[in-house]
Design a protein around this ligand. Structure first.
Ligand SMILES: C[S@@+](CC[C@H](N)C(=O)[O-])C[C@H]1O[C@@H](n2cnc3c(N)ncnc32)[C@H](O)[C@@H]1O
Length: 246
């Protein structure tokens, strides 16, 4: 069962409590804090292009990619008008773009979708190789605490005007995997709903392990913060933001 297939058409509606403009402001603050003025940015797992849209408006040259053609189709509707944006269908694990970037970014826990250690290593090494000297890699993860304690082994239900959905989650402590079983009922007409299901799997990573892998991949400096701040993260943070310098 594919993730981000049929769900793509509902993604923006269900993410409407996320403020991507603020997210873009935070990324730009990171650039300023690290004294970099990027021109060329690579966004991995751009989804429907919500962050890309705000960065495109700031006139950065963006290459954005995602694994899901359905998510990219929606991103294209949003971003097609920007001459400074290129969209590609690639995989974070083995992407290959014949260009180097001032910054590589990936937001909204997309990195947790890489579930195998060797794939995460491949991704980090590949990001390193696509960065110019002193380039900066910015990404966030859902924290181990959030996946294990808040989301894991919990069920969420949401009843909206045009969609009703359930989200049943299981955390496998041994494999450190959180499985999300999503069932959507999308309104098609009076008393008529169409159902579809998706399974998503996120890997729970401890911060120390991510830092170690980044350093092993060649990054010279790695900082991590409680997301949207420059505060040191704590054990109850739900989202952790990493900044790694080549
Ligand atoms: C939670 S969504 C985040 C999307 C977007 N970054 C945002 O902020 O809205 C996760 C995204 O990661 C993408 N994804 C998952 N695994 C991927 C992979 N191996 N390579 C590229 N994209 C991937 C999915 O297709 C999906 O669009």
């Amino acid at each position: 069962m594919n993730s981000y297939g049929d769900f793509a058409s509902l993604y923006d509606e269900l993410m409407n409590d996320f403020n991507y403009e603020e997210w873009s402001d935070y990324i730009i603050k990171i650039f300023q804090r690290y004294n970099i003025e990027p021109k060329d940015i690579l966004e991995m797992a751009c989804g429907t292009g919500n962050l890309s849209y705000y960065l495109a408006r700031e006139r950065y040259n963006l290459v954005c990619f995602d694994l899901s053609p359905e998510m990219l189709t929606i991103a294209y509707e949003k971003l097609g008008k920007f001459k400074n944006v290129k969209l590609l269908n690639q995989n974070m694990i083995d992407f290959n773009i014949s260009k180097k970037f001032d910054s590589v970014i990936s937001i909204c826990d997309s990195i947790n979708y890489i579930t195998r250690d060797d794939d995460l290593k491949k991704c980090f090494k590949n990001v390193y190789n696509h960065l110019k000297p002193n380039g900066v890699f910015i990404f966030d993860i859902n924290s181990y605490y959030k996946l294990k304690t808040i989301i894991g082994n919990n069920t969420f239900i949401e009843d909206r005007e045009d969609v009703f959905y359930t989200w049943q989650n299981y955390f496998d402590t041994e494999k450190e995997l959180c499985e999300f079983y999503l069932t959507f009922f999308q309104k098609e007409g009076d008393n008529l709903y169409s159902r579809f299901d998706e399974v998503h799997i996120e890997r729970a990573y401890k911060e120390e392990y991510v830092i170690e892998l980044l350093k092993d991949s060649g990054f010279s400096k790695v900082d991590c913060y409680s997301a949207f701040t420059f505060d040191e993260f704590n054990e109850f943070d739900e989202r952790i933001n990493f900044v790694a310098i080549k």
